[in-house]
Design a protein around this ligand. Structure first.
Ligand code: SAH
Length: 360
């Protein structure tokens, strides 16, 4: 089977030496010619995985309601950006926009609607999804291209796709885990020479046995820094939803998903989704350092608090039993403790400086 990205990664390793897990992840996900997000159609039942906005419109409706109340609490600032980063198919933005038009047309019409997407292919798909909304939407590649004004931002399953670094405990101490070649020229994990900043490691790293793995994510920290810095300067709120943990500890969470099943991380570069769990404590600490107000909840708790059951009840009221059954399944999928409800977390970081009385 031809494996152009695998061949190229192997050639790079032969020429330049083993690569970090972070570089391997970046190549697999965003390589311009063979990357997973640049060339594939990952989402939905026919794809490799289903995200919360693809499960049900209720997800986007409730996230939009929370974002709208943040805008109101901050004194309804305009101009402002209403942005989504890493929007996948564009489903979440479509659902949020529809909801905001009903909840608060002043926000829906007054805010600049901006999609931040690294993949041209997915940006094209997002344009198609949003065409029915007849809204003026702009596309950008980086957060840094956004105008200097309050930012109301949503990102679902973005941070898990940003590269992580891994370190493995060896008899000599922690060493960076790298992707190397074995005697047959196949990709394999190995211990490299790099060492982590040990002050950043979780408490249980101290007594970890040889072979233990620990993860750090400078690319995620850098993005969170940029979001928090902007919101601290210009005002706004970010709602960041992802799977991950609130208490950091040692462990290997790097995983490949293909056709709704786990696959080998090194087996099919560019053909499977590669992700790792998000360290929410690290992201929250960055936001706090910038003076932002921070809320962290499990997804199930957040959605139920925002009225998931009432919304499902209202959507089901006009329909038949089949519809009600489907809504009940969707509720379970989004909020059930052994489904997305506990593993997924919702981190909300917002500007406390602009918080004022609700003028509406
Ligand atoms: N939010 C969507 C898709 C999640 S998949 C959903 O919930 O269905 C991750 C998304 O982030 C994809 O759209 C991918 O192309 C995008 N992405 C990955 N890295 C990115 C980066 N550095 N900047 C912007 N978008 C990125």
């Amino acid at each position: 089977m031809s494996d152009p990205l695998g061949d190229r990664i192997a050639a790079t390793i032969r020429a330049a030496g083993p690569m970090s897990v972070a570089d391997y992840m970046s190549a697999c996900l965003l390589d311009p010619d063979h990357g997973y997000y640049t060339t594939g159609d990952p989402f939905g039942r026919d794809g490799d995985f289903t995200t919360a906005p693809e499960v049900s419109q209720m997800f986007g409706e409730l996230v939009a309601a929370r974002l709208c109340s943040a805008w109101r609490e901050q004194g309804r600032p305009l101009p402002a950006s209403f942005a989504e980063m890493g929007p996948g198919r564009g489903t979440l933005m479509r659902d949020m926009l529809r909801t905001l038009r009903q909840l608060d047309p002043a926000f829906a019409q007054g805010a600049d609607i901006i999609m931040i997407e690294a993949s041209d292919r997915l940006a094209a798909q997002q344009k198609k999804t949003l065409s029915e909304m007849k809204a003026a939407v702009e596309w950008k590649r980086h957060l840094g291209e956004l105008p200097t004004q309050p930012l109301f931002l949503v990102a679902n399953e973005l941070f898990d796709a940003l590269p992580i670094r891994q370190y493995v405990k060896t008899p000599q101490g922690w060493r960076e885990r790298v992707v190397a070649l074995d005697d047959n020229g196949a990709l394999t994990f190995a211990a490299g020479f790099g060492r982590p900043d040990e002050t950043l490691l979780p408490p249980d790293a101290k007594d970890a046995p040889p072979g233990a793995i620990v993860e750090l994510a400078p690319a995620r920290a850098a993005l969170m820094e940029e979001m928090a810095w902007r919101i601290a300067r210009d005002g706004g709120t970010a709602i960041l939803i992802d799977y991950g943990y609130a208490t950091p500890s040692c462990g290997d969470t790097l995983q490949a998903i293909r056709r709704h099943a786990y696959s080998n991380v090194l087996a099919e570069p560019g053909k499977a989704d590669l992700t790792a769990h998000v360290d929410f404590a690290a992201l929250a600490a960055i936001a706090r350092r910038h003076g932002l107000a921070v809320e962290l909840a499990e997804q199930g708790e957040f959605l139920l608090r925002m009225g998931l059951l009432e919304r499902a009840g209202r959507l089901g009221a006009g329909g038949d039993d089949r519809l009600r059954q489907r809504l009940a399944q969707d509720v379970e999928r989004l909020a059930g403790p052994d489904q997305m409800g506990r593993l997924f977390k919702v981190l909300i970081v917002g500007s406390p400086a602009l918080a004022g009385p609700d003028t509406h």
